[in-house]
Ligand binder design. Structure first.
Ligand SMILES: [Zn+2]
Length: 347
């Protein structure tokens, strides 16, 4: 077969392959096989040295013509295959903007965290510092420094979980006050603090008791602090929490770490004092315990009770949340049921 005939048949064969393929990789393979350095056209051009001088330009011209033609055909095929590929990709990746979106679930802060932060804000506004402490405490800071020596009967009300004879889980946030009092430098001014946090008692869980609950205790120590300061402070807190029309009343009570001690009631925010199921038809809601810091407590923290006096109070965010939202079982706060918790969206 003459070289021209070989080239002619190569051209026909290659054009068929080009139009038959619809795959870009395969097309590239055809290009390499036909036009590459080891391909048949290069082979033909290499064999030209054996031709006569007359034949050479004719065969060479023909070979070049075929090479240009095939190069152009491959390029055309490539452009059209790429267009098809692009259209397929576009068709596959169509975004339907009318489809409803997937709702992103927004968590909220726990209702008790919300209440505690609200109370913290009130006291930060009055110049108090917020101090957090250990949940695992020593008997010394949890009881003894709160005027509850080992044989004190009031310890019965605060039985807890013991890790050893001397280490326990705190029953109140009071040990934070003891630790802060002993460090406070009174030459720099009064001590005003609140301590929020989890506390633990050996209680049988029921609708109003939980072995774990929360407290926020407050403490102010300075010269000339009186019961009037305590009453005024609590009044401000209750008005901010339950409305400007609220009043408070103090009733005598007993705590080992305060003397005198009081129970504090707030006028009912639901009925305004008329009497309803929230206030058990008394018009008043028992909300917290308070009192003047016992001189023994001051003395044990290295503070001279002849020079300094102070007041302290403690309330339960769990109880505040129950009252405000009409929750009748404290255990709801700790069961992590989203149907319950997601009702409290906060602000
Ligand atoms: Zn009421």
């Amino acid at each position: 077969m003459s070289l021209q005939a070989q080239l002619e048949s190569l051209k026909k064969e290659t054009l068929e392959k080009i139009s038959a393929t619809d795959d870009l990789a395969q097309l590239n393979q055809i290009r390499v096989e036909t036009l590459g350095k080891k391909g048949p056209i290069t082979e033909v051009l290499r064999g030209m040295k054996d031709l006569s001088p007359e034949e050479r330009p004719i065969v060479g011209g023909f070979a070049n013509e075929i090479r240009d033609l095939l190069t152009a055909e491959i390029e055309n095929r490539k452009v059209s295959l790429e267009a098809v590929a692009l259209n397929n990709a576009l068709a596959k990746e169509t975004l339907d903007v009318t489809l409803p979106g997937t709702k992103v679930y927004h968590g909220t802060r726990h209702v008790l965290t919300q209440i505690m932060e609200e109370i913290e804000d009130i006291f930060i506004g009055m110049g108090y510092q917020v101090v957090e402490g250990f949940e695992v405490e020593s008997d010394h800071y949890n009881f003894e420094r709160m005027n509850l020596p080992k044989d004190h009967p009031a310890r019965d009300m605060q039985d807890t979980f013991y890790i050893s004879d001397e280490i326990l889980i705190r029953t109140h946030t009071s040990p934070v006050q003891a630790r802060t009092m002993e460090k406070h430098d009174f030459s720099k001014g009064a001590l005003r603090m609140i301590s929020p946090g989890k506390v633990f008692r050996r209680d049988t869980d029921d609708a109003t008791h939980s072995h774990q609950f929360h407290q926020i205790e407050g403490l102010v120590i300075d010269k000339n602090i009186t019961m009037g300061d305590l009453k005024g402070t609590l009044e401000v807190m209750m008005k901010k929490m339950f409305g400007e029309e609220r009043n408070i009343r103090l009733r005598p009570s007993y705590f080992p770490f305060t003397e005198p001690s009081v129970e504090v009631d707030v006028s009912c925010f639901k009925c305004g004092g008329e009497g309803c199921n929230v206030c058990k038809h008394t018009g008043w809601i028992e909300i917290l315990g308070a009192g003047m810091v016992h001189p023994n407590v001051l003395e044990m923290s290295g503070i001279d009770p002849e020079v300094y006096t102070g007041f302290a109070f403690g309330l339960g965010p769990d109880r505040v949340a129950m009252l405000r939202y009409g929750v009748n079982d404290i255990r709801n706060f700790y069961q992590n049921d989203l149907r319950f918790l997601s009702q409290f969206k906060g602000e």
